[in-house]
Design a protein around this ligand. Structure first.
Ligand code: 13P
Ligand code: 13P
Ligand code: MG
Ligand code: MG
Length: 365
């Protein structure tokens, strides 16, 4: 059975500030998707949140980039925005950058990750969701899952993974893409994906079969809007087991709270903290950045789950380390490398300050 798994998300308003989502917004989204399921457009759906981002997980048979599915998501975000406006939530409609829907939500603000595949005999999938960070946050975790034998022992000892995986990398500033093969091109791959503000892993494929293994949202809001509108807060779908890494190999990279871009005003580096879905409430300095993981078994397109994968004691140490790193980074205050370098900052007073002090700059001689 050919199935499409679509994950479309947007921040339609924060409760309180940018710290979480309001239950009434989630309830409205649930109502919208129930209707679409009853009408036969969706096979199944799950509505959830990560911090202040509304997450729509949908299964259907319309294929990727279906105008009907994208319109359903867009209309759901508009309905959520109405509730957010009524409750005067913070940044109501924040990620809806356009007034007119034209068949596809890409480039309009929402984040999109979609994959079409033949459902296997058993189809475990993990859906990662992030708040207070940008699209490149998945680069290192995906590298570890699909190319690092110290993370994924299956690359060494499982015959069906030993040939490796192919990475599709997008240059989000140059609007280009390149395909690189692991393991033989990992040094070339790392030259690019080690710069996650520009090069973003869009998808990963199994080399033997060409099957899609992972897809992530790569929309960079600041590049679309040309101004600060909030963080990308990206999502990433990963298929597990069989030809793909085991569930535990997919979760393992998150035991290390890597530094990612985002946090307060989208302008800081901070630790990527793995948390349960109820704990995705970035409060300290609007963070630290969070990642959640919803696990599902698919059954004829039905979403069996979710299991809240980071609601597990084995991630306690990563959370504690993330809090310690958060303390350490915070003590740098307005200094780099806590604050992002000038060219990466989502907004800045630099031009105004420079123009105010223009006459006072004198040549060094
Ligand atoms: P305001 O300047 O609207 O308070 O926003 C600050 C902030 O929360 C950045 O997203
Ligand atoms: P969001 O992108 O999650 O709305 O965060 C905005 C922000 O700047 C928080 O300080
Ligand atoms: Mg927000
Ligand atoms: Mg957010």
């Amino acid at each position: 059975m050919k199935l499409t798994l679509s994950h479309i998300k947007a921040d339609v308003g924060g409760y309180v500030g940018h710290s979480a989502s309001h239950p009434e917004v989630l309830a409205k989204a649930d109502e919208c998707l129930t209707k679409a399921k009853q009408a036969g457009l969706l096979i199944d759906y799950h509505v959830t949140k990560c911090g202040d981002d509304l997450q729509l997980i949908m299964t259907h048979q319309q294929g990727e980039e279906s105008p009907q599915i994208h319109k359903l998501a867009w209309d759901t975000f508009l309905e959520g925005t109405e509730i957010a406006k009524k409750l005067k939530l913070y940044g109501a409609g924040q990620d809806l950058l356009s007034d007119a829907f034209s068949g596809n939500v890409k480039g309009m603000g929402p984040g999109v990750a979609e994959m079409e595949f033949e459902e296997r005999k058993s189809e475990p999938v993990i859906i990662f969701m992030a708040d207070k960070t940008s699209a490149g946050a998945w680069n290192m975790p995906l590298y570890k899952m699909f190319a690092d034998p110290f993370n994924t022992i299956g690359l060494v000892i499982a015959p069906n993974m030993h040939a490796g995986f192919t990475f599709e990398v997008h240059d989000v500033k140059g609007h280009k893409r390149i395909t690189l093969h692991a393991p033989e091109e990992i040094y070339d791959l790392l030259v690019f994906i080690g710069a996650p503000s520009r090069y973003v892993v869009k998808a990963v494929y199994h080399r033997g079969t060409g099957e899609i293994a992972s897809v992530s949202s790569t929309q960079r809001l600041s590049l679309i809007a040309d101004r600060y509108v909030g963080k990308d807060d990206p999502v990433c779908i990963v298929r597990a087991q069989g030809n793909f890494p085991a569930v535990g190999e997919i979760l393992e990279p998150f035991t290390f709270p890597i530094l990612v871009q985002g946090w307060m005003r989208g302008s800081h580096h901070g630790p990527f903290m793995p948390v349960s879905i109820p704990d995705s409430t970035p409060t300290r300095f609007d963070g630290p950045p969070r990642v959640t993981a919803a696990g599902f078994q698919l059954a004829e397109g039905k979403l069996i789950g979710p299991r809240d994968m980071f609601a597990d004691k084995s991630f306690d140490l990563a959370r504690q380390q993330a809090n310690e790193i958060a303390n350490y980074m915070r003590r740098h205050g307005p200094f780099e490398p806590h604050r992002l370098p000038l060219e990466e900052m989502e907004y800045t007073t630099m031009p105004q300050v420079v123009s105010k002090l223009e006459g006072r700059f004198v040549d060094l001689g």
